[in-house]
Write a protein that binds this ligand. Structure first.
Ligand SMILES: [Zn+2]
Length: 566
Protein backbone atom coordinates (compact mmCIF):
# COMPACT_ATOMS: atom_id res chain seq x y z
CA UNK A 1 0.00 0.00 0.00
CA UNK A 2 2.76 2.39 0.96
CA UNK A 3 4.52 1.76 -2.27
CA UNK A 4 1.38 2.34 -4.24
CA UNK A 5 0.59 5.59 -2.41
CA UNK A 6 4.13 6.79 -2.91
CA UNK A 7 3.87 6.08 -6.58
CA UNK A 8 0.57 7.94 -6.79
CA UNK A 9 2.04 10.89 -4.95
CA UNK A 10 5.01 10.94 -7.28
CA UNK A 11 2.65 10.92 -10.26
CA UNK A 12 0.69 13.83 -8.80
CA UNK A 13 3.86 15.83 -8.30
CA UNK A 14 4.90 15.08 -11.86
CA UNK A 15 1.52 16.22 -13.13
CA UNK A 16 1.70 19.47 -11.15
CA UNK A 17 5.22 20.11 -12.38
CA UNK A 18 4.08 19.57 -15.94
CA UNK A 19 1.33 22.15 -15.56
CA UNK A 20 3.46 24.60 -13.64
CA UNK A 21 6.61 24.18 -15.74
CA UNK A 22 7.88 27.58 -16.86
CA UNK A 23 7.03 28.38 -20.47
CA UNK A 24 9.95 28.22 -22.88
CA UNK A 25 11.36 31.58 -23.97
CA UNK A 26 8.92 33.47 -26.18
CA UNK A 27 11.19 33.25 -29.24
CA UNK A 28 10.95 29.46 -29.30
CA UNK A 29 7.18 29.66 -29.34
CA UNK A 30 6.77 32.50 -31.80
CA UNK A 31 5.81 31.66 -35.37
CA UNK A 32 8.35 31.20 -38.16
CA UNK A 33 6.09 33.14 -40.49
CA UNK A 34 3.06 35.38 -40.05
CA UNK A 35 0.91 36.23 -43.08
CA UNK A 36 -1.12 39.35 -42.27
CA UNK A 37 -3.56 41.72 -43.95
CA UNK A 38 -4.97 39.10 -46.29
CA UNK A 39 -8.37 37.69 -47.15
CA UNK A 40 -8.08 34.12 -45.98
CA UNK A 41 -10.51 31.60 -47.40
CA UNK A 42 -9.97 28.96 -44.75
CA UNK A 43 -12.51 26.39 -45.99
CA UNK A 44 -13.01 25.14 -42.46
CA UNK A 45 -16.40 23.84 -41.36
CA UNK A 46 -17.69 27.30 -40.56
CA UNK A 47 -16.20 28.91 -43.70
CA UNK A 48 -14.28 31.34 -41.51
CA UNK A 49 -13.07 34.50 -43.20
CA UNK A 50 -9.86 35.56 -41.47
CA UNK A 51 -7.18 38.15 -42.22
CA UNK A 52 -4.03 36.45 -41.04
CA UNK A 53 -2.38 33.22 -40.00
CA UNK A 54 0.77 32.07 -38.28
CA UNK A 55 2.99 29.13 -39.21
CA UNK A 56 5.51 27.22 -37.12
CA UNK A 57 7.40 24.01 -37.90
CA UNK A 58 5.51 23.50 -41.12
CA UNK A 59 2.05 23.77 -39.60
CA UNK A 60 -0.55 26.47 -39.09
CA UNK A 61 -0.55 27.46 -35.41
CA UNK A 62 -3.08 30.28 -35.41
CA UNK A 63 -5.57 31.99 -37.70
CA UNK A 64 -7.55 35.15 -37.06
CA UNK A 65 -7.35 38.93 -37.17
CA UNK A 66 -4.16 40.66 -38.32
CA UNK A 67 -3.65 42.45 -35.01
CA UNK A 68 -3.83 39.19 -33.03
CA UNK A 69 -1.45 37.36 -35.36
CA UNK A 70 1.00 40.30 -35.32
CA UNK A 71 1.01 40.04 -31.54
CA UNK A 72 2.29 36.46 -31.77
CA UNK A 73 5.32 37.50 -33.82
CA UNK A 74 8.75 37.42 -32.19
CA UNK A 75 11.98 39.02 -33.35
CA UNK A 76 12.74 36.11 -35.68
CA UNK A 77 9.27 35.87 -37.20
CA UNK A 78 9.01 36.64 -40.89
CA UNK A 79 5.96 38.90 -41.21
CA UNK A 80 4.49 39.13 -44.71
CA UNK A 81 1.91 41.82 -45.50
CA UNK A 82 -0.41 40.34 -48.14
CA UNK A 83 -1.86 43.69 -49.17
CA UNK A 84 -5.43 42.39 -48.89
CA UNK A 85 -4.91 39.51 -51.31
CA UNK A 86 -6.89 36.27 -51.19
CA UNK A 87 -5.34 33.15 -49.69
CA UNK A 88 -6.63 29.64 -50.33
CA UNK A 89 -5.54 26.22 -49.07
CA UNK A 90 -3.01 24.69 -51.48
CA UNK A 91 -4.77 23.01 -54.39
CA UNK A 92 -4.55 19.23 -54.79
CA UNK A 93 -5.04 17.52 -58.14
CA UNK A 94 -6.48 14.12 -57.29
CA UNK A 95 -5.69 12.52 -60.66
CA UNK A 96 -2.69 13.88 -62.50
CA UNK A 97 -0.03 11.90 -64.33
CA UNK A 98 2.47 14.26 -62.76
CA UNK A 99 5.40 11.88 -62.39
CA UNK A 100 5.41 11.16 -66.11
CA UNK A 101 4.83 14.80 -67.02
CA UNK A 102 7.77 15.75 -64.81
CA UNK A 103 10.13 13.26 -66.49
CA UNK A 104 9.65 14.98 -69.82
CA UNK A 105 9.05 18.58 -68.76
CA UNK A 106 12.58 19.81 -69.43
CA UNK A 107 12.58 18.39 -72.95
CA UNK A 108 9.02 19.08 -74.13
CA UNK A 109 7.14 22.07 -75.47
CA UNK A 110 3.61 22.64 -74.21
CA UNK A 111 0.75 24.42 -75.90
CA UNK A 112 -1.23 25.09 -72.75
CA UNK A 113 -3.11 28.37 -73.14
CA UNK A 114 -2.00 29.00 -76.75
CA UNK A 115 -4.98 30.66 -78.46
CA UNK A 116 -3.92 30.38 -82.10
CA UNK A 117 -1.79 28.24 -84.41
CA UNK A 118 0.82 31.02 -84.87
CA UNK A 119 1.16 31.27 -81.08
CA UNK A 120 1.62 27.50 -80.80
CA UNK A 121 4.10 27.50 -83.69
CA UNK A 122 5.99 30.34 -82.03
CA UNK A 123 6.71 28.00 -79.11
CA UNK A 124 8.02 25.36 -81.56
CA UNK A 125 10.30 27.94 -83.18
CA UNK A 126 11.64 29.08 -79.81
CA UNK A 127 12.34 25.49 -78.79
CA UNK A 128 14.03 24.71 -82.11
CA UNK A 129 16.33 27.73 -81.69
CA UNK A 130 17.36 26.51 -78.24
CA UNK A 131 17.77 22.87 -79.30
CA UNK A 132 20.85 21.01 -80.52
CA UNK A 133 20.91 20.14 -84.25
CA UNK A 134 18.81 17.03 -84.81
CA UNK A 135 17.21 17.17 -81.35
CA UNK A 136 13.53 16.23 -81.18
CA UNK A 137 10.91 18.91 -80.48
CA UNK A 138 8.00 17.23 -78.69
CA UNK A 139 4.48 18.41 -77.85
CA UNK A 140 3.06 15.45 -75.94
CA UNK A 141 -0.60 16.46 -75.86
CA UNK A 142 -2.46 18.70 -73.42
CA UNK A 143 -4.07 20.76 -76.20
CA UNK A 144 -7.03 20.65 -78.57
CA UNK A 145 -7.77 22.40 -81.87
CA UNK A 146 -10.81 23.90 -80.10
CA UNK A 147 -8.48 26.23 -78.18
CA UNK A 148 -7.17 27.78 -81.41
CA UNK A 149 -8.96 30.67 -83.12
CA UNK A 150 -8.61 28.64 -86.35
CA UNK A 151 -10.45 25.62 -84.80
CA UNK A 152 -8.25 23.17 -86.69
CA UNK A 153 -5.05 21.17 -86.34
CA UNK A 154 -1.82 22.67 -87.65
CA UNK A 155 -0.49 21.38 -90.96
CA UNK A 156 2.90 20.33 -92.25
CA UNK A 157 3.60 23.63 -94.02
CA UNK A 158 3.15 25.49 -90.74
CA UNK A 159 5.32 23.00 -88.91
CA UNK A 160 8.08 23.22 -91.51
CA UNK A 161 8.03 27.00 -91.33
CA UNK A 162 8.36 26.82 -87.54
CA UNK A 163 11.12 24.21 -87.35
CA UNK A 164 12.51 23.34 -90.78
CA UNK A 165 15.46 21.25 -89.59
CA UNK A 166 14.32 19.40 -86.49
CA UNK A 167 12.34 16.22 -86.11
CA UNK A 168 9.06 17.30 -84.51
CA UNK A 169 6.38 15.17 -82.82
CA UNK A 170 3.00 16.64 -81.90
CA UNK A 171 0.47 14.46 -80.10
CA UNK A 172 -3.28 15.11 -80.03
CA UNK A 173 -4.83 13.20 -77.11
CA UNK A 174 -4.38 9.48 -77.78
CA UNK A 175 -6.01 9.82 -81.18
CA UNK A 176 -3.41 11.28 -83.51
CA UNK A 177 0.14 12.54 -83.85
CA UNK A 178 1.86 14.76 -86.39
CA UNK A 179 5.47 14.35 -87.43
CA UNK A 180 7.58 16.74 -89.41
CA UNK A 181 9.27 15.29 -92.52
CA UNK A 182 12.49 14.98 -90.50
CA UNK A 183 10.46 13.15 -87.84
CA UNK A 184 9.09 10.62 -90.32
CA UNK A 185 12.62 10.05 -91.55
CA UNK A 186 14.10 9.65 -88.06
CA UNK A 187 11.49 7.03 -87.13
CA UNK A 188 11.65 5.26 -90.52
CA UNK A 189 7.93 5.59 -91.13
CA UNK A 190 6.91 5.18 -94.76
CA UNK A 191 3.54 3.40 -94.52
CA UNK A 192 0.82 2.18 -92.18
CA UNK A 193 2.79 -1.00 -91.46
CA UNK A 194 5.41 1.17 -89.74
CA UNK A 195 2.94 2.44 -87.09
CA UNK A 196 1.58 -0.63 -85.36
CA UNK A 197 -0.82 -1.72 -84.08
CA UNK A 198 -3.54 0.34 -85.79
CA UNK A 199 -1.88 3.51 -87.05
CA UNK A 200 -3.08 5.04 -90.32
CA UNK A 201 -1.14 7.67 -92.19
CA UNK A 202 -3.67 10.36 -93.04
CA UNK A 203 -3.85 11.33 -96.71
CA UNK A 204 -5.50 14.27 -98.46
CA UNK A 205 -7.88 13.98 -101.43
CA UNK A 206 -4.90 13.68 -103.75
CA UNK A 207 -3.47 10.76 -101.76
CA UNK A 208 -0.59 12.74 -100.27
CA UNK A 209 0.30 12.28 -96.59
CA UNK A 210 -0.85 15.22 -94.45
CA UNK A 211 1.77 14.68 -91.78
CA UNK A 212 -0.75 13.24 -89.33
CA UNK A 213 -0.99 9.66 -88.14
CA UNK A 214 -4.35 8.61 -86.77
CA UNK A 215 -4.67 5.80 -84.28
CA UNK A 216 -5.74 4.83 -80.78
CA UNK A 217 -4.19 4.62 -77.33
CA UNK A 218 -1.91 1.61 -78.13
CA UNK A 219 -0.81 3.21 -81.43
CA UNK A 220 0.07 6.55 -79.92
CA UNK A 221 1.70 5.00 -76.83
CA UNK A 222 3.87 2.81 -79.09
CA UNK A 223 4.76 5.75 -81.31
CA UNK A 224 5.72 7.93 -78.38
CA UNK A 225 7.94 5.18 -77.01
CA UNK A 226 10.07 5.34 -80.16
CA UNK A 227 11.11 8.90 -79.30
CA UNK A 228 14.39 9.29 -77.44
CA UNK A 229 14.03 9.35 -73.65
CA UNK A 230 15.35 12.29 -71.67
CA UNK A 231 18.51 11.58 -69.70
CA UNK A 232 18.33 11.00 -65.94
CA UNK A 233 19.68 14.53 -65.37
CA UNK A 234 17.09 15.99 -67.76
CA UNK A 235 14.36 14.16 -65.85
CA UNK A 236 15.59 15.34 -62.45
CA UNK A 237 15.69 18.91 -63.78
CA UNK A 238 12.29 18.43 -65.41
CA UNK A 239 10.80 17.19 -62.14
CA UNK A 240 12.01 20.25 -60.25
CA UNK A 241 10.83 22.58 -63.02
CA UNK A 242 7.45 20.93 -63.41
CA UNK A 243 6.65 21.04 -59.72
CA UNK A 244 7.64 24.71 -59.56
CA UNK A 245 5.31 25.28 -62.50
CA UNK A 246 2.51 23.59 -60.51
CA UNK A 247 3.38 25.81 -57.52
CA UNK A 248 2.97 28.83 -59.81
CA UNK A 249 -0.65 27.74 -60.21
CA UNK A 250 -1.28 27.26 -56.51
CA UNK A 251 -0.88 23.47 -56.48
CA UNK A 252 0.73 21.94 -53.41
CA UNK A 253 -0.28 18.31 -53.91
CA UNK A 254 -0.95 15.72 -56.58
CA UNK A 255 -2.21 12.18 -56.55
CA UNK A 256 -0.51 10.27 -59.33
CA UNK A 257 -2.15 7.20 -60.93
CA UNK A 258 0.92 5.95 -62.85
CA UNK A 259 0.69 5.28 -66.57
CA UNK A 260 1.58 2.91 -69.38
CA UNK A 261 5.28 2.15 -69.72
CA UNK A 262 6.19 3.70 -66.39
CA UNK A 263 8.70 1.19 -65.07
CA UNK A 264 10.19 1.15 -61.59
CA UNK A 265 13.14 3.07 -63.05
CA UNK A 266 10.80 5.85 -64.14
CA UNK A 267 10.38 6.77 -60.47
CA UNK A 268 14.09 7.28 -59.83
CA UNK A 269 14.26 10.98 -60.82
CA UNK A 270 11.31 11.68 -58.48
CA UNK A 271 13.01 9.79 -55.64
CA UNK A 272 16.21 11.74 -56.26
CA UNK A 273 14.39 15.07 -55.95
CA UNK A 274 12.69 13.78 -52.78
CA UNK A 275 16.03 12.66 -51.32
CA UNK A 276 17.45 16.09 -52.13
CA UNK A 277 14.56 17.57 -50.08
CA UNK A 278 13.69 19.52 -53.20
CA UNK A 279 10.12 18.31 -53.74
CA UNK A 280 7.82 21.34 -53.74
CA UNK A 281 4.60 19.42 -54.35
CA UNK A 282 3.37 16.60 -52.11
CA UNK A 283 3.19 13.50 -54.30
CA UNK A 284 1.03 10.51 -53.44
CA UNK A 285 1.29 7.71 -55.99
CA UNK A 286 -0.24 4.37 -56.89
CA UNK A 287 1.07 1.40 -58.85
CA UNK A 288 -0.23 1.04 -62.42
CA UNK A 289 0.12 -2.56 -63.61
CA UNK A 290 2.62 -2.95 -66.41
CA UNK A 291 2.38 -6.63 -67.39
CA UNK A 292 -0.90 -8.20 -68.55
CA UNK A 293 -1.53 -11.44 -66.67
CA UNK A 294 1.17 -10.68 -64.09
CA UNK A 295 -0.70 -7.97 -62.19
CA UNK A 296 -1.07 -9.75 -58.85
CA UNK A 297 2.42 -11.25 -59.02
CA UNK A 298 3.93 -7.79 -59.67
CA UNK A 299 1.93 -6.08 -56.90
CA UNK A 300 2.85 -8.79 -54.41
CA UNK A 301 6.49 -8.54 -55.36
CA UNK A 302 6.79 -4.75 -55.39
CA UNK A 303 4.78 -4.11 -52.24
CA UNK A 304 7.04 -6.29 -50.12
CA UNK A 305 9.28 -3.25 -50.00
CA UNK A 306 6.58 -0.68 -50.65
CA UNK A 307 3.85 -1.30 -48.11
CA UNK A 308 0.65 0.76 -48.12
CA UNK A 309 1.34 4.26 -46.79
CA UNK A 310 5.12 3.95 -47.09
CA UNK A 311 6.86 7.33 -47.38
CA UNK A 312 6.46 10.66 -45.66
CA UNK A 313 4.48 13.89 -45.95
CA UNK A 314 6.17 14.80 -49.24
CA UNK A 315 6.07 11.43 -51.02
CA UNK A 316 3.85 8.51 -50.15
CA UNK A 317 2.64 5.23 -51.62
CA UNK A 318 -1.14 4.90 -51.85
CA UNK A 319 -2.00 1.48 -53.30
CA UNK A 320 -2.88 0.23 -56.78
CA UNK A 321 -4.39 1.71 -59.95
CA UNK A 322 -5.53 3.31 -62.17
CA UNK A 323 -4.86 0.22 -64.31
CA UNK A 324 -5.50 -2.48 -61.73
CA UNK A 325 -5.76 -5.28 -64.29
CA UNK A 326 -5.39 -5.03 -68.05
CA UNK A 327 -8.56 -7.01 -68.67
CA UNK A 328 -10.75 -4.34 -67.06
CA UNK A 329 -9.06 -1.26 -68.55
CA UNK A 330 -11.19 0.51 -71.17
CA UNK A 331 -13.22 -2.67 -71.53
CA UNK A 332 -17.00 -2.22 -71.51
CA UNK A 333 -17.64 -5.93 -71.91
CA UNK A 334 -15.29 -7.81 -69.58
CA UNK A 335 -15.58 -11.61 -69.57
CA UNK A 336 -16.29 -13.62 -66.43
CA UNK A 337 -12.62 -14.63 -66.38
CA UNK A 338 -11.49 -10.99 -66.55
CA UNK A 339 -13.85 -10.08 -63.72
CA UNK A 340 -12.66 -13.04 -61.66
CA UNK A 341 -9.03 -11.97 -62.15
CA UNK A 342 -9.91 -8.42 -61.11
CA UNK A 343 -11.76 -9.76 -58.07
CA UNK A 344 -8.69 -11.71 -56.97
CA UNK A 345 -6.43 -8.66 -57.27
CA UNK A 346 -8.93 -6.33 -55.59
CA UNK A 347 -9.59 -8.82 -52.81
CA UNK A 348 -5.86 -9.10 -52.20
CA UNK A 349 -5.57 -5.29 -52.10
CA UNK A 350 -8.46 -5.04 -49.63
CA UNK A 351 -6.99 -7.76 -47.43
CA UNK A 352 -3.77 -5.71 -47.25
CA UNK A 353 -5.65 -2.52 -46.34
CA UNK A 354 -4.73 -0.93 -49.63
CA UNK A 355 -6.28 1.97 -51.44
CA UNK A 356 -7.33 1.23 -55.03
CA UNK A 357 -8.22 3.55 -57.89
CA UNK A 358 -9.74 2.41 -61.18
CA UNK A 359 -9.99 4.16 -64.54
CA UNK A 360 -13.52 3.77 -65.96
CA UNK A 361 -15.14 5.78 -68.73
CA UNK A 362 -18.76 4.74 -69.23
CA UNK A 363 -21.65 4.60 -66.81
CA UNK A 364 -23.39 1.96 -68.95
CA UNK A 365 -20.70 -0.62 -68.13
CA UNK A 366 -19.50 0.45 -64.68
CA UNK A 367 -21.82 -2.11 -63.07
CA UNK A 368 -19.20 -4.73 -63.98
CA UNK A 369 -16.72 -2.94 -61.74
CA UNK A 370 -19.21 -2.17 -58.97
CA UNK A 371 -20.30 -5.83 -58.90
CA UNK A 372 -16.70 -6.81 -58.22
CA UNK A 373 -16.27 -4.11 -55.56
CA UNK A 374 -19.45 -5.31 -53.81
CA UNK A 375 -18.22 -8.90 -53.91
CA UNK A 376 -14.88 -7.89 -52.39
CA UNK A 377 -16.70 -5.80 -49.82
CA UNK A 378 -18.50 -8.90 -48.53
CA UNK A 379 -15.13 -10.50 -47.68
CA UNK A 380 -13.18 -7.41 -46.67
CA UNK A 381 -15.08 -4.17 -46.00
CA UNK A 382 -13.60 -1.47 -48.25
CA UNK A 383 -15.33 1.59 -46.81
CA UNK A 384 -12.26 2.72 -44.88
CA UNK A 385 -9.82 2.14 -47.74
CA UNK A 386 -10.75 5.17 -49.87
CA UNK A 387 -11.18 3.35 -53.15
CA UNK A 388 -12.12 5.40 -56.18
CA UNK A 389 -13.32 5.39 -59.75
CA UNK A 390 -11.66 7.92 -62.04
CA UNK A 391 -13.43 9.72 -64.94
CA UNK A 392 -16.99 8.28 -65.27
CA UNK A 393 -18.13 11.58 -66.76
CA UNK A 394 -21.65 10.35 -67.45
CA UNK A 395 -22.14 8.75 -64.04
CA UNK A 396 -25.81 8.11 -63.22
CA UNK A 397 -27.35 8.91 -59.86
CA UNK A 398 -27.94 5.18 -59.33
CA UNK A 399 -24.27 4.30 -59.77
CA UNK A 400 -23.05 7.28 -57.76
CA UNK A 401 -25.39 5.99 -55.04
CA UNK A 402 -23.85 2.51 -55.26
CA UNK A 403 -20.40 4.09 -54.93
CA UNK A 404 -21.49 6.12 -51.93
CA UNK A 405 -22.89 3.00 -50.24
CA UNK A 406 -19.52 1.26 -50.67
CA UNK A 407 -17.52 4.27 -49.54
CA UNK A 408 -16.01 4.50 -53.04
CA UNK A 409 -15.21 8.04 -54.20
CA UNK A 410 -15.21 9.68 -57.63
CA UNK A 411 -12.15 11.30 -59.18
CA UNK A 412 -13.62 13.95 -61.46
CA UNK A 413 -11.66 15.91 -64.07
CA UNK A 414 -12.30 18.67 -66.60
CA UNK A 415 -12.17 16.40 -69.66
CA UNK A 416 -15.28 18.18 -70.97
CA UNK A 417 -13.41 21.50 -71.06
CA UNK A 418 -11.74 20.14 -74.19
CA UNK A 419 -14.31 17.47 -75.01
CA UNK A 420 -17.67 19.18 -74.44
CA UNK A 421 -18.15 20.34 -78.03
CA UNK A 422 -17.50 16.83 -79.34
CA UNK A 423 -19.84 15.40 -76.68
CA UNK A 424 -22.67 17.58 -77.95
CA UNK A 425 -22.02 16.32 -81.49
CA UNK A 426 -21.80 12.64 -80.55
CA UNK A 427 -24.29 12.26 -77.69
CA UNK A 428 -26.38 15.41 -77.87
CA UNK A 429 -26.85 18.56 -75.81
CA UNK A 430 -29.16 16.75 -73.39
CA UNK A 431 -26.34 14.47 -72.21
CA UNK A 432 -23.88 17.36 -72.11
CA UNK A 433 -26.17 19.27 -69.75
CA UNK A 434 -25.39 16.86 -66.94
CA UNK A 435 -21.82 15.85 -67.83
CA UNK A 436 -20.23 15.43 -65.41
CA UNK A 437 -22.96 15.32 -62.73
CA UNK A 438 -21.09 17.27 -60.09
CA UNK A 439 -24.07 18.53 -58.08
CA UNK A 440 -25.88 15.20 -58.29
CA UNK A 441 -22.85 13.51 -56.73
CA UNK A 442 -22.54 16.25 -54.11
CA UNK A 443 -26.20 15.85 -53.19
CA UNK A 444 -25.87 12.08 -52.93
CA UNK A 445 -22.78 12.52 -50.80
CA UNK A 446 -20.33 10.63 -52.99
CA UNK A 447 -16.80 11.79 -52.23
CA UNK A 448 -15.40 13.87 -55.09
CA UNK A 449 -11.82 14.86 -55.86
CA UNK A 450 -11.04 17.68 -58.30
CA UNK A 451 -8.35 17.36 -60.95
CA UNK A 452 -7.31 17.37 -64.58
CA UNK A 453 -5.83 14.04 -65.78
CA UNK A 454 -2.93 16.12 -67.20
CA UNK A 455 -0.67 16.37 -69.05
CA UNK A 456 -1.24 14.38 -72.25
CA UNK A 457 -5.02 14.74 -72.41
CA UNK A 458 -5.54 17.99 -70.51
CA UNK A 459 -3.81 21.10 -69.23
CA UNK A 460 -2.71 20.85 -65.60
CA UNK A 461 -4.02 24.33 -64.77
CA UNK A 462 -6.31 23.95 -61.72
CA UNK A 463 -7.87 27.40 -62.16
CA UNK A 464 -9.02 26.47 -65.67
CA UNK A 465 -10.57 23.34 -64.18
CA UNK A 466 -12.21 25.35 -61.39
CA UNK A 467 -13.65 27.87 -63.85
CA UNK A 468 -15.01 25.03 -65.96
CA UNK A 469 -16.56 23.39 -62.87
CA UNK A 470 -18.30 26.66 -62.04
CA UNK A 471 -19.40 27.89 -65.50
CA UNK A 472 -19.71 24.62 -67.47
CA UNK A 473 -18.16 26.18 -70.58
CA UNK A 474 -15.70 24.49 -72.95
CA UNK A 475 -12.40 25.95 -74.15
CA UNK A 476 -14.30 27.25 -77.19
CA UNK A 477 -16.74 29.04 -74.87
CA UNK A 478 -19.67 26.70 -75.55
CA UNK A 479 -22.03 26.42 -72.57
CA UNK A 480 -22.69 22.74 -71.89
CA UNK A 481 -23.52 21.85 -68.28
CA UNK A 482 -26.82 23.05 -66.74
CA UNK A 483 -26.85 25.35 -63.74
CA UNK A 484 -28.13 22.54 -61.51
CA UNK A 485 -24.93 20.56 -62.17
CA UNK A 486 -22.65 23.55 -61.53
CA UNK A 487 -21.18 23.94 -58.05
CA UNK A 488 -20.69 27.33 -56.41
CA UNK A 489 -17.21 28.79 -56.11
CA UNK A 490 -16.60 27.65 -52.57
CA UNK A 491 -18.04 24.21 -53.30
CA UNK A 492 -15.72 23.84 -56.30
CA UNK A 493 -12.73 25.00 -54.29
CA UNK A 494 -13.54 22.49 -51.55
CA UNK A 495 -13.47 19.67 -54.11
CA UNK A 496 -9.97 20.76 -55.23
CA UNK A 497 -8.67 20.86 -51.63
CA UNK A 498 -10.37 18.76 -48.97
CA UNK A 499 -12.20 16.73 -51.59
CA UNK A 500 -8.92 15.62 -53.14
CA UNK A 501 -7.24 15.17 -49.75
CA UNK A 502 -9.76 12.51 -48.74
CA UNK A 503 -8.48 10.14 -51.42
CA UNK A 504 -4.98 10.15 -49.95
CA UNK A 505 -6.17 9.84 -46.34
CA UNK A 506 -5.08 13.44 -45.72
CA UNK A 507 -8.41 15.20 -45.17
CA UNK A 508 -7.61 15.83 -41.52
CA UNK A 509 -4.20 17.30 -42.30
CA UNK A 510 -4.56 19.21 -45.57
CA UNK A 511 -7.20 21.01 -47.59
CA UNK A 512 -8.21 23.68 -45.08
CA UNK A 513 -6.43 26.48 -43.24
CA UNK A 514 -6.96 25.64 -39.58
CA UNK A 515 -4.61 25.41 -36.62
CA UNK A 516 -2.78 22.08 -36.59
CA UNK A 517 -2.95 21.45 -40.33
CA UNK A 518 0.02 21.47 -42.70
CA UNK A 519 0.84 24.99 -43.87
CA UNK A 520 0.06 24.50 -47.57
CA UNK A 521 -1.47 27.58 -49.18
CA UNK A 522 -1.47 29.99 -52.09
CA UNK A 523 -1.75 33.79 -52.19
CA UNK A 524 -3.60 34.64 -55.40
CA UNK A 525 -3.22 37.28 -58.10
CA UNK A 526 -6.99 37.86 -57.96
CA UNK A 527 -9.70 37.17 -55.42
CA UNK A 528 -11.14 33.78 -56.33
CA UNK A 529 -14.44 34.62 -54.62
CA UNK A 530 -14.89 38.06 -56.15
CA UNK A 531 -13.42 38.10 -59.65
CA UNK A 532 -15.75 37.72 -62.70
CA UNK A 533 -16.19 34.01 -63.45
CA UNK A 534 -14.43 34.15 -66.81
CA UNK A 535 -11.30 35.48 -65.10
CA UNK A 536 -10.96 32.56 -62.69
CA UNK A 537 -9.02 30.51 -65.27
CA UNK A 538 -6.39 33.25 -65.43
CA UNK A 539 -5.64 33.30 -61.72
CA UNK A 540 -2.12 32.40 -60.63
CA UNK A 541 -0.33 32.23 -57.33
CA UNK A 542 1.93 35.04 -56.14
CA UNK A 543 3.18 33.05 -53.17
CA UNK A 544 2.86 29.32 -52.66
CA UNK A 545 3.76 27.70 -49.35
CA UNK A 546 4.25 23.98 -48.77
CA UNK A 547 4.83 22.88 -45.19
CA UNK A 548 5.65 26.45 -44.19
CA UNK A 549 8.28 26.83 -46.90
CA UNK A 550 7.76 29.48 -49.60
CA UNK A 551 8.36 27.30 -52.66
CA UNK A 552 7.18 29.85 -55.21
CA UNK A 553 6.98 33.63 -55.07
CA UNK A 554 6.44 36.30 -57.69
CA UNK A 555 5.65 39.99 -58.04
CA UNK A 556 5.82 41.82 -54.72
CA UNK A 557 6.84 38.63 -52.91
CA UNK A 558 9.54 37.47 -55.33
CA UNK A 559 12.42 37.90 -52.88
CA UNK A 560 10.75 35.54 -50.40
CA UNK A 561 11.11 32.37 -52.49
CA UNK A 562 13.24 29.73 -50.78
CA UNK A 563 15.36 27.68 -53.16
CA UNK A 564 14.50 24.02 -52.81
CA UNK A 565 16.98 21.41 -51.59
CA UNK A 566 19.36 21.01 -48.75
ZN1 LIG B 1 -7.51 7.26 -66.52
Amino acid sequence: MVNRSARLAALCVAAILAVAAPAPPAAAQSPDTALVNGKIIALDDRATAAEALAVRDGKIVAIGRSADIRNLAGPATRVVDLGGRAVIPGLIDSHMHAIRAALFYATEVNWIGARSIPEAMGRITAAARAARPGQWIIVAGGWTEQQFAEKRRPNTAELLAAAPEHPVYIQLFYAAAMLSPAGFKALNIAGDADVPPRGKIERDAGGNPTGWINGDNPTITALFDRLPLPTFEDSVAGTRQFFRELNRLGLTGVSDPGGFNLTAASYLPLFRVWQDRALTVRVVFSLFSQRPGKELEDYQNLTQMLPMGFGDDMLRFNGVGENVTWGMYNNDNPTDAQKQQYYEVARWAASRGMTLTQHWSNDASVHHLLDVFERVNRDHPIAGLRWSIAHLNDGSAANLQRMKALGVGWLMQDAMYFGGDALIRTRGAETARRTPPIKTALNIGTRIGGGTDAHRVMSYNPFVSLQWMIDGRTVAGTPTRDADERPGREEALRLYTQGSAWFTHDDGRRGALTAGRLADLAVLTKDFTGVPTDEIGGIESLLTMVGGRIVYAAGPFEALEEKPGR
